[in-house]
Design a protein around this ligand. Structure first.
Ligand SMILES: [Zn+2]
Ligand SMILES: [Zn+2]
Length: 325
């Protein structure tokens, strides 16, 4: 990517790059698949400020170790790499065990090059060996959309059997619903777009409505996935007292003014979900393997990445998108 710009200008172009040199504490991966995430769109279009010139985006990477192998990670090991590509391990947040809030994090495909590429250099302590029963294509979208969707359920404090609302039904939500169903939760989905509503019904939502409708019951938890503050207010309006809204969006347009007495009083909580920890990743991949999570994925060759991002921008991908280089 030469410079962030509107997607209609086709900001991403294929470029020949030397294979990265392996460094101490790192592994060199040959990329087998890379999921396309909404955050990539925010990076490519400049809603997140540019941090690296000529950046290669992509942070849901399935790769195999070709250099830098260790006893724990032998050559050929198939591993996943996610959005958090490293932390400093010494800031007050890392020392408190809150590595998702690290003051100096490395973000894959943002502060370092990512996986829209043939090879990738990754920190050896931030790769996840992948369960054999999850193939490359289906595991790629789990590596950010899945892990961060799972973290959202934790931040929202979801308990078995809860009534949970999912506001927006893109890649993350369509993975989170599978985990919720395995916890016997009743899932209420609010989303625009007929095909997203069909997908939600087919994945076991007990109620599916448009963004203007309100779920028929009060919800224990709600997670918002759309980059829209209006959606956050709709989610708040659907909560019972003591309920929690977790906002799963790295960027939000704005939150409109809302009525405190009616929407937040009664110990309702509004929380954001920031990044992920390595234990979120490991726990989620274990659950995904156990419940046989098979996301709906549409694949694109590397040279069609602009098209994949454009479809994501228009909410026209049912499920997730992945690049197969
Ligand atoms: Zn830190
Ligand atoms: Zn992501």
């Amino acid at each position: 990517m030469a410079a962030p710009q509107n997607l209609s200008n086709r900001p991403l172009a294929i470029r020949d790059e030397p294979k990265p040199q392996v460094k101490p504490g790192h592994v060199l991966l040959r990329v087998r698949a890379c999921g396309v995430c909404r955050t990539d769109l925010h990076i490519v279009e400049g809603e997140l400020p540019a941090r690296v010139p000529n950046l290669i985006p992509g942070h849901q990477i399935v790769g195999e170790i070709v250099e830098g192998a260790t006893t724990d990670l032998p050559p050929g090991t198939r591993v996943g790499v996610s959005w958090v590509g490293g932390v400093d391990g010494e800031c007050p947040y890392c020392l408190r065990g809150l590595e998702n809030l690290c003051d100096s994090p490395t973000f894959t495909g943002y502060t370092v090059h990512g996986g829209y590429a043939e090879y990738l250099l990754a920190r050896a302590d931030f790769v996840y060996p992948l369960p054999a029963d999850l193939d490359d294509f289906h595991v790629a979208p789990l590596l950010c959309a899945g892990i961060i969707g799972f973290r959202s359920l934790r931040v929202a404090g979801v308990e078995h059997g809860d009534r949970v609302g999912l506001f927006g039904f893109g890649a993350s939500a369509h993975l989170a619903i599978a985990v919720l169903r395995s916890w016997d939760c009743e899932v209420y989905v609010s989303t625009r777009g007929e095909s997203h509503r069909h997908l939600a019904t087919s994945l076991g939502a007990v109620w599916v409505g448009s963004e203007k409708e309100k779920p028929p019951v009060e919800l224990d938890r709600a997670i918002t996935f759309a980059p829209s503050g209006d959606v956050v207010v709709s989610a708040l309006a659907s909560l019972r007292k003591g309920g929690v809204v977790a906002i799963n969006a790295i960027h939000l347009d704005r939150i409109p003014e809302f009525d405190y007495d009616r929407l937040l009083w009664g110990e309702r909580q509004l929380r954001s979900v920031a990044n992920m920890t390595r234990s979120d990743a490991r726990d989620f991949l274990r659950i995904a393997s156990r419940i046989g999570l098979r996301p709906k994925v549409r694949s694109f060759p590397l040279d069609q990445v602009n098209e994949a991002l454009a479809l994501l921008k228009n909410d026209s991908v049912d499920g997730a998108a992945a690049i197969i280089p």
